[in-house]
Design a protein around this ligand. Sequence first.
Ligand SMILES: *[C@@H]1O[C@H](CO)[C@@H](O)[C@H](O)[C@H]1NC(C)=O
Ligand SMILES: *[C@@H]1O[C@H](CO)[C@@H](O)[C@H](O)[C@H]1NC(C)=O
Ligand SMILES: *[C@@H]1O[C@H](CO)[C@@H](O)[C@H](O)[C@H]1NC(C)=O
Ligand SMILES: *[C@@H]1O[C@H](CO)[C@@H](O)[C@H](O)[C@H]1NC(C)=O
Ligand SMILES: *[C@@H]1O[C@H](CO)[C@@H](O)[C@H](O)[C@H]1NC(C)=O
Ligand SMILES: *[C@@H]1O[C@H](CO)[C@@H](O)[C@H](O)[C@H]1NC(C)=O
Length: 482
Amino acid sequence: MSWITFKMWVPLKLFVAIWLLAQGACDAWGYEDNEISSCSLSNDLIKEIEDYAPIVHNIINMTVNGTYKRSTWQELSTFVDKFGARPSGSQVLEDSIQYMLNRSLNVNLENVHGENATVPHWVRGSESATLLEPRKKDIALLGLGYSVGTDADGITADVIVVQSFAELKTRAKEVSGKIVVYNQKFVSYGETVKYRSKGATEAAKHGAVAALIRSVTPFSLYTPHTGMMSYGENITKIPAACITVEDATLLNRMADRGERIRLNLKMEAQSYPDKISRNVIAEIVGVEKPNKTVVISGHIDSWDVGQGAMDDGGGAFISWNSLAILKSLNLRPKRTIRAILWTAEEMGIVGARQYIQEHRAEQSNLQFVMESDMGTFEPVGLDVTAPVEVMCILKKVMSLLTPLGDMKLRSPAEGPDIEDWINAGVPGASLWNKNSKYFWYHHTNADTMLVENPDALDMNTALFAAVSYVVADLSYDFPHLK
Ligand SMILES: *[C@@H]1O[C@H](CO)[C@@H](O)[C@H](O)[C@H]1NC(C)=O
Ligand SMILES: *[C@@H]1O[C@H](CO)[C@@H](O)[C@H](O)[C@H]1NC(C)=O
Ligand SMILES: *[C@@H]1O[C@H](CO)[C@@H](O)[C@H](O)[C@H]1NC(C)=O
Ligand SMILES: *[C@@H]1O[C@H](CO)[C@@H](O)[C@H](O)[C@H]1NC(C)=O
Ligand SMILES: *[C@@H]1O[C@H](CO)[C@@H](O)[C@H](O)[C@H]1NC(C)=O
Ligand SMILES: *[C@@H]1O[C@H](CO)[C@@H](O)[C@H](O)[C@H]1NC(C)=O
């Protein structure tokens, strides 16, 4: 995931208060982790859900122990090793999309097709930064998506180091003609990412010539992290890049000692005209209510560094392989299950926004939408946004997953690509996993297969396959929140 609306990053321990219900199926509930009070599903519905236990256990056993063990890792590693990074606008992204359309046909998925989306085409080019004073040193950097470049000689200027936007404002008179280095503390991704997205704009307001931002990560082994930025309206576009935590703190110490810091920055970054890309669609068509749909999804594009194995190869492949496994097990639910591999998420949720907009007319047919884009480490459960009846049903469904451990529910759902659906009231969930190290690798050259654990991928695949199958097959049509 890349592009963050602040709302998605509110503290994770969110206590959801009182929900008023017309039907009185459940009077009210609040939950934190697995606590959902006052669920009173009908006995018929409880029995119906419990009857899925043998199917669910078979899905899980076959995925983590049996025929499909390690198949998600195999599919994912074959894919990311073949294509590597898959940035928006690139031919390699389109080739990887064609490959997944082919793969989907090979495993007999249905309605396999691409749906066009217009996507941005930003190219990094080569880039470098050199510290000139107080001593010569190469500074590792990654330009930020949508940043402008420099001319061939680059920008040579004095550096001012600040630790916050507040300090920038206080020292506004010192900024003109300088390169602003932000050495902000890492609080949380959601809180700290504003320096990456708005740092150039804030610096340019005071006449800065470039902005270098400390990478947004809690941990560093001299790894710069890229990501998206944007320019405010009527603001001079100055080049923007992230540098390592090591170098940001080094420059800060030099500045604290009163040393003059001079730096040369060269970036070839450039935006080209938009391209046509595709969201990848594959289905198992429902046997009774084909137009009612459960979506499982992740994004197929990545940043232009690393392999995009974690962000979001893992998320895309647990979704896609769930569908392939259900198909191979000959499980055809009442409703359709649709896997979507979104395009151009990293440049601003571009493919998903167009798809959701174009499919507004069928939105009321969505039973449940799922996404994984926050790592595929060992699963904990699901982050869900849904009406209380649906939460109660999901809680019961999670109790079938005990072979995977104690799978829990939490709120809200956090998927960037499904966010427009969630905001429109469609019930949905994102994978909750043990992703405390996610931002160590996020948007770096270290996002490779080494991050992905085959057993965790199996467990996540089993979770997505089992949940999507049961909610697609239940007799009950899920209500929407709006
Ligand atoms: C995997 O297989 C072992 C041995 O048959 C069994 O004990 C275990 O429960 C299985 N795991 C799952 C998740 O089914
Ligand atoms: C898992 O599947 C294997 C065959 O692949 C079977 O021998 C074993 O009994 C199953 N275990 C469970 C817990 O279902
Ligand atoms: C997709 O399949 C077609 C026909 O089987 C083949 O010609 C093409 O090379 C394949 N493309 C990719 C990207 O795998
Ligand atoms: C999708 O885009 C391609 C060009 O890349 C174009 O040839 C095709 O007609 C478009 N399809 C639709 C349905 O717009
Ligand atoms: C940008 O400039 C235009 C034209 O001068 C003006 O109409 C607009 O309000 C400005 N926008 C902002 C955010 O200042
Ligand atoms: C299902 O959707 C398709 C396309 O949106 C439509 O043509 C068809 O009439 C629908 N079928 C039913 C049974 O609603």
